[in-house]
Design a binder for this molecule. Structure first.
Ligand SMILES: Cc1cc2nc3c(=O)[nH]c(=O)nc-3n(C[C@H](O)[C@H](O)[C@H](O)COP(=O)(O)O)c2cc1C
Ligand code: SF4
Length: 687
């Protein structure tokens, strides 16, 4: 039964000529698949429709070939040839009564046009602003270009309608869309009627709305997505000016879609941003317009959602990541199943799929982007196979997900954990600075397992191969995790770093277990994801004087892909951590470390009392190897298979582990596919 406090979330709300069935609004989000994987992306949106979202959007859709953001893989609407793939998407979105939205993007100063080789067109001329400082400049739109651009928007609107969409979102947020480029003094330095005063800077968006309303406004709703604050001070489109703009143009769109500043701000990870972090920036805007307002803020709590609607801050609850982690979030609130919500942990692994042009993953929802490729459903498992039971050894992310998913399939599951709590690495890492929300990986699964009659959990059970052979389970899944290496083997060093034993070396495992160094500490990061930065922050907080040494040109450089690299650098500087980039460690001496420049090899020395080593991890696969060595005994013991998954197989991010656990559960007892490809894909048709 639904809690009546949440009834307000299920009100119908009008958007222009349309009515949304509830207030759950999936704001645009990319998925790393885009135009390359249209059926996979469509199926992913279809699952959200099934999960109860009232409005579902595409990711940004490049609406004309003169502005594209290769290498990123989004959607395209360059001509009629793109319509069938987009129609597949809109049809999937509308399967359960949701409104289908398309976000139209003209990237202007953000589009390097690597693929089309067109000269980029921007509001004012200047270098293209991308993540990679591409050596390309845009020329300024002249009056003919502006007329053309208005016509291209109309063409795109008509095509969107033809492709079956109900809503169009004009992208002017995150510094990425041309509408923001016109509105912001930072990107609009024009001296004609499109530049200067706010009224002049608002001219283009007003013209496009008028054109599009004439073309499709009788049947389609048109929203405008702007950032609440460009976060570059008074030069940019500040929160105060956004409010002036909305006051002057309150009735312009059918809905105001309010994002935060840059993408890094808007999709800030939980390490740096709480739920509803944008509340103060958005509060009061609804009073400036008669049109509904949608806002975002990694909303996973129905109490927060209902409060924001009740207090008149928002009309719609905008979600990107919470809808990825749990596409059934609205349905679970509707059915009063709050404990079943798989809450987003705010790790931003989903964003890395876009940043690496691969295909997105989600730490919490391993079925994300596998709905079509593998036929995986986030709430339903495939039927049970012929065997009856499975022993899962290790209750980290991989083992927990395997146990959960196997139990849903109907297997009897025994989960053996060497320690006294569930979660494995997550149980340890959730105690690190800023990572408490990551504990949701364990909490969600622990609760689900507690509800299953067919799962038994055994703590303090560090099993041996002999014991497992005695038990007589049909299948054994080894998920025993990994440990951090102390010897420095990673990328710079493929063999251990020469070390004087007089210098104490601490690994993240030592530190997470409460064994901390003191005094001057050199932290060497050759891992380059979050752990080095987090450990540096922890040690600085514990009173150590930390020097962060890395071979990379950036602190925690892979976190460029999770949009938090800048925030991590700033946090370390604020914590007083000294940062030494482009530098390796040649040897660990009794009185410090011998360093070498990553480019020239020129030597140096940093004196210290201890070294914190964030290098690579070693799989804990001893049990697996012992069992494999006794394969001849399996048949007598009734064992049909032994598999190793997750970090025990090959250490990786947590999302890799939950994926491995889920995959194991899906594939148990399934026919061997031999050399066949284990997923579907779309192959480009030859012209
Ligand atoms: C994987 C991912 C891709 C995104 N792509 C887009 C996009 O194409 N267009 C857009 O306007 N916002 C995009 N965003 C930003 C989201 O729409 C949203 O404003 C932001 O993530 C904050 O909402 P959340 O806290 O619910 O995730 C993206 C966010 C994510 C996580
Ligand atoms: S990958 Fe992480 S941030 Fe993205 S939706 Fe999943 S849990 Fe949330």
């Amino acid at each position: 039964m639904r809690n009546s406090a949440y009834d307000i979330l299920f009100d119908k709300v009008r958007i222009g000529p349309l009515t949304a069935k509830n207030r759950f609004y999936q704001v645009p989000h990319c998925n790393g698949g885009g135009y390359r994987d249209p059926s996979a992306a469509a199926a992913m949106r279809g699952i959200k429709a099934e999960g109860g979202w009232g409005v579902i959007f595409t990711e940004q859709t490049e609406m004309h070939h003169t502005s594209e953001i290769t290498p990123f893989i989004e959607l395209r609407l360059w001509d009629d040839a793109d319509i069938p793939a987009l129609r597949r998407m809109s049809e999937a979105m509308k399967t359960h009564g949701a409104l289908a939205g398309i976000q139209l993007a003209y990237s202007g100063i953000n589009g390097p046009n690597f693929y089309t080789k067109e000269v980029p067109l921007a509001v004012s001329a200047g270098p293209i602003r991308t993540f990679t400082n591409d050596p390309v400049q845009a020329r300024a739109l002249d009056k003919t270009d502006i007329r053309n651009l208005r016509r291209w928007f109309v063409n795109a609107a008509k095509r969107s309608k033809h492709a079956g969409f109900d809503l169009i979102c004009l992208y002017g947020a995150h510094g990425f869309g041309i509408f923001q480029h016109f509105l912001s003094r930072a990107t609009n330095q024009r001296t004609d009627e499109y530049g200067g005063s706010l009224e002049n800077r608002s001219r283009f968006v007003n013209e496009v709305f008028a054109d599009m309303r004439d073309a499709v406004g009788d049947t389609m709703a048109i929203s405008l997505r702007v950032s609440l604050d460009e976060t570059i001070g008074n030069l940019g489109f500040s929160n105060a000016e956004v409010r002036d703009f909305i006051e002057m143009n309150g009735d312009l769109p059918d809905l105001w879609d309010l994002a935060q500043g840059t993408w890094e701000d808007c999709s800030g990870p939980s390490r740096f941003k709480e739920e509803a972090a944008q509340e103060s920036l958005v509060t009061g805007i609804r009073d400036l317009t008669s049109k509904p307002v949608v806002g975002v803020g990694r909303f996973t709590s129905p109490d927060v959602m209902a409060r924001l609607v009740r207090q008149g801050v928002l009309d719609f609850i905008g979600c990107a990541r919470p809808s990825i982690a749990d596409p059934f979030l609205p349905k679970k609130i509707e059915e009063g199943r709050i404990e079943d919500i798989r809450e987003c942990i705010g790790c931003n692994i989903c964003i890395t799929g876009d940043m690496t042009q691969s295909i997105s993953r989600c730490t919490q929802n391993p079925t994300f982007m596998e709905e079509w490729r593998k036929g995986w459903h986030p709430e339903k498992m495939n039927p049970k196979g012929e065997s009856a039971n499975v022993l899962v050894v290790g209750a980290g992310p991989a083992g927990l997900e395997a146990a959960r998913a196997l139990s849903l399939r109907g297997y009897d599951v025994a989960l053996a954990e060497a320690g006294r709590e569930l979660g494995g690495r997550v149980a340890r890492e959730r105690k690190l600075p800023g990572l408490s929300a990551w504990g949701r990986v364990a909490d969600y699964r622990a609760y689900q397992l507690s509800q299953r009659p067919n799962v038994e959990t055994y703590f303090e059970s560090r099993l041996t191969a002999a014991e497992i052979l005695d038990f007589g389970f049909q299948h054994v899944c080894i998920a025993t995790g990994a440990t951090w290496r102390a010897d420095g083997v990673a990328r710079q060093h493929v063999v251990p770093i020469p070390r004087d034993g007089a210098m104490p070396v601490f690994t993240p495992d030592n530190i997470m277990a409460g064994r901390l160094p003191s005094g001057e500490v050199v932290l060497f990061d050759d891992d380059h994801y979050y752990m080095g930065g987090v450990i540096a922050e922890l040690l600085a907080g514990a009173g150590c004087r930390v020097t962060f040494v890395t071979t990379s040109a950036y602190v925690s450089d892979w976190t460029l892909n999770t949009l938090e690299q800048g925030a991590i650098h700033r946090r370390l500087v604020a914590a007083g951590v000294k940062i030494v980039l482009n530098t390796g460690i040649a040897a660990i001496k009794a009185d410090g470390v011998a360093t070498e420049c990553a480019y020239t090899g020129s030597p140096g020395h940093i004196a210290c009392d201890a070294v914190a080593m964030v290098a690579s991890r070693l799989s804990d696969d001893v049990l697996y190897r012992d069992l494999m060595a006794r394969a001849a005994d399996w048949a007598d013991a009734g064992i049909a298979s032994v598999r190793i998954i997750g970090d025990a197989n090959a250490p990786g991010p947590i999302a890799w582990a939950t994926y491995a656990g889920h995959r194991y559960a899906r594939e148990l007892d399934m026919p061997d596919i031999g050399d066949a490809l284990p997923f579907r894909r779309e192959v480009t048709a030859l012209a």
